[in-house]
Design a protein around this ligand. Structure first.
Ligand SMILES: Cc1cc2nc3c(=O)[nH]c(=O)nc-3n(C[C@H](O)[C@H](O)[C@H](O)COP(=O)(O)OP(=O)(O)OC[C@H]3O[C@@H](n4cnc5c(N)ncnc54)[C@H](O)[C@@H]3O)c2cc1C
Length: 403
């Protein structure tokens, strides 16, 4: 990192799952890529339901085979109205077979996914790793300079801001972000249970938010329990026996007796949308570009599509001799990402609001909507396909990627 340092085609700032995937995908296109990210053990016990083409992408990047054995297939999704209200929605069951897939996707611990991504990133000769962090990002006309905590300077024609919710890259590019605190939190933990889950993910809709039990390999599930912030804190503070009992009660004992495993985390929920996805030689991927509540497992699936799109767009631009950070290249990324992200933020916000609403009219509409989706085959199949990926970009089915 001296005056003789190379000018990279792209520097990825941030080594979460979205940043690592973007760095691998960019390096695979032949772009001279750097990854500026601290090497640190993954810090929480979240799992990700990788849906639709996400595993296809990870397979193409030679990542999936390294962690597939630690993932559980998701073949059925059950939505259960557990609001106890007078007007309740009927149970809706989505089966992957109905749309010709062996499974909707796979649930995997983020820790296992991160280890596979790190292993693959370390193999690529076109990807240079800096175990450091950005302290200043300075976009100029022809390049962007990044000053690091260790005192170095890196230069690139394009910066990928994969630096999460408090993105320094996003601020440096002058991109505003709209934030709305949802006053809900998600408690995450894993459980062992006595009955098999049969690869069914079950989402109980409570008046405070959804509580979802997502299969892991064996008789285990990951739990994401969304509730009002205070209630989530109460659950977080329970001893293991009491939380096991609470989880068994919330699951209506469908998994038999439940035992919580060590480790739990609490995530305050918000919705965050930036005004743009790219500007001033900076393109945003992952949570710097969208933050959603964990409903419908969309967050990282979108983050992986961000990574795939920026790599495709940069790869094509460079093959035409274009500057990867030029305004017209960033405009292509903006047009590729806006419809996908905007439609999902809208749908998930609506689903969450309709669940929390005390208005009988809204509750009736929600119940009628779910009844329609549950009972009308074509609509149910459309909902399933849209849940996996937007209609305009669906490619090969995820059944191609088996663990
Ligand atoms: C409870 C819960 C459950 C979820 N379940 C699912 C699911 O089932 N399916 C799904 O698709 N999504 C899910 N999500 C969403 C998913 O977890 C996130 O979208 C994903 O983890 C975000 O990854 P990221 O790489 O964008 O951000 P992060 O993981 O936050 O990574 C950002 C990285 O940037 C680094 N960084 C920050 N600043 C700098 C800097 N200046 N220099 C260098 N590095 C920097 C940070 O240290 C961090 O490592 C869930 C979210 C929650 C809260």
């Amino acid at each position: 990192m001296t005056d003789a340092s190379p000018i990279y085609d792209a520097i990825v700032v941030g080594g979460g799952p979205a940043g690592l995937t973007a760095a691998i995908a960019l390096a695979e296109t032949g772009a001279k890529t750097a990854l500026l990210a601290r090497r640190a053990p993954y810090g929480d016990n979240r799992t990700t339901a990788l849906l639709g083409a996400s595993t296809d992408l990870l397979e193409r990047l030679d990542v999936w085979r390294r962690c597939a054995g630690q993932a559980a297939a998701l073949q059925t999704m059950r939505l259960v109205d557990d609001t106890g209200r007078l007007i309740r929605a009927p149970e809706v069951r989505f089966s992957s077979q109905e749309i010709g897939l062996d499974q909707f996707g796979f649930n995997i611990a983020n820790r296992a996914l991160m280890a596979a991504l790190e292993e693959r990133a370390a193999e690529l000769s076109g990807l240079t790793r800096f175990d450091d962090e950005a302290v200043a990002v300075d976009p100029q006309d022809a390049s962007v300079s990044i000053h690091t905590n260790a005192g170095g300077t890196l230069t690139a024609r394009l910066v990928i801001g994969a630096d999460g919710r408090q993105s320094l890259s996003r601020d440096a590019a002058g991109i505003d972000v709209k934030r709305r605190d949802l006053h809900q939190s998600a408690l995450t933990f894993n459980i062992a249970h006595s009955r098999p889950h049969k690869n069914i993910s079950t989402e109980f809709h409570t008046p405070q938010g959804p509580c979802v039990f997502v299969p892991l390999p064996g008789n285990r599930c990951s739990v994401v329990w969304v509730s009002a912030a205070k209630e989530a804190q109460r659950l977080m503070a329970l001893g293991d026996d009491d939380l096991s009992e609470a989880a068994e009660k919330q699951s209506h004992s469908i998994l038999g007796s439940v035992r919580v495993e060590p480790g739990r985390n609490l995530f305050p929920l918000s919705i965050e949308s930036p005004g743009q996805f790219a500007s001033h030689r900076v393109a945003l991927v992952g949570e710097s570009a969208h933050v959603l509540p964990p409903i419908g497992a969309q967050g990282l699936n979108m983050g992986l599509r961000d990574a795939a799109d920026i790599a495709d767009i940069v790869g094509q631009a460079m093959s035409l001799g274009e500057d990867p950070g030029a305004p017209q290249v960033l405009a292509r990324y903006q047009s590729a990402r806006r419809p996908d992200v905007a439609s999902r933020v809208f749908a998930i916000d609506l689903a969450n609001r309709s669940l929390l609403s005390d208005f009988v009219g809204v509750q009736s509409l929600r119940a009628a909507g779910l009844h329609l989706v549950g009972s009308f085959g074509p609509l149910r199949r459309l909902a399933m396909r849209e849940g996996l990926a937007p209609s305009w970009r669906r490619g090969a089915p995820s059944s191609a990627a088996k663990p």
